[in-house]
Design a protein around this ligand. Structure first.
Ligand code: PEP
Length: 251
């Protein structure tokens, strides 16, 4: 549900999927929709690095473009990595950081996420910082404790509602078709809002996204939950109709 004065965000995380032609077609489909229909939400796509330029060329003015990671350093001997300033130079406005797949696949700690978020802010990007509990942590009743710890440890200095988005993504809900109960989502989002309002002067305006198996069929219900200000979408962001339906539900 829209928090007063907070414009929702529908963010698509393509992960390591697609091809150049796929990227062109998907973005053209979204850009065509955006050209004719005004949504209540901002719409963002985050393709793999090699397709960012293709996506930017096809995106038109209405669609926001971001990346799925950046390095914490400005430049230097970091083979295979990409600096935040390079993303800004290309025309990206956003970067996803601390996704659970990066925390797992690349051993990214919250301290690393914080350093990357600081680099993102310094480059003028909006950092989408992902947090979320594992299934074992949830079963132990530790969800809010874990999420709050990740936020405190990942928050860069200089963060504001203009340059920070928080995405709550239960690890066990990502790509599984499972979602928490509405009550559980509400409790976590309210806890995040409380914490971020203590930490930042304008924390009441920070967008807090829900992510984890958001689909056209459950989006409206999830987006109606208090303090849910949009969605971070994986699998369903790879189909124009599905992602568009989710974006339309973000209000
Ligand atoms: C994600 O990767 O951030 C995600 C939420 O994936 P999915 O929507 O496929 O669960």
């Amino acid at each position: 549900m829209t928090t007063p004065n907070v414009r929702p965000l529908a963010a698509g995380n393509w992960k390591m999927n697609g091809s150049r032609q796929f990227a062109r077609d998907l973005v053209k489909g979204l850009a065509d929709q955006l050209a004719t229909t005004k949504l209540a939400a901002d719409v963002l796509v985050c393709p793999p690095f090699p397709y960012i330029e293709t996506v930017l060329s096809a995106a038109g003015s209405g669609l926001l473009v971001g990346a799925q990671d950046c390095h914490a350093k400005v430049s230097g001997p970091h083979t295979g990595d990409v600096a935040a300033a390079m993303l800004a130079d290309l025309g990206c406005g956003y970067v996803i950081l601390g996704h659970s797949e990066r925390r797992t696949d690349h051993g990214e700690s919250s301290a690393i996420v914080q350093a990357k978020a600081a680099a993102a802010l310094a480059a003028g990007l909006v950092a989408i910082v992902c947090v979320g509990e594992t299934e074992a942590e949830r079963d132990r009743g530790e969800t809010i404790k874990i999420v709050e710890k990740q936020i405190v440890e990942s928050l860069p200095s200089g963060a504001t509602a203009a340059n920070l988005v928080i995405a709550y993504e239960p690890v066990w809900a990502i790509g599984t078709g499972r979602t928490p109960t509405n009550g559980d989502v509400e409790a976590v989002h309210k806890a995040i809002r409380g914490l971020i309002s203590q930490k930042l002067a304008d924390g009441g305006l920070v967008r807090i996204l829900y992510g984890g198996s958001v689909k056209p069929g459950n989006a409206a219900e999830l987006m109606a939950i208090p303090e849910v200000n949009g969605a971070l979408v994986g699998g369903a962001s790879l189909k124009v109709e599905d992602f568009w339906a989710i974006a339309a539900a973000c209000r």
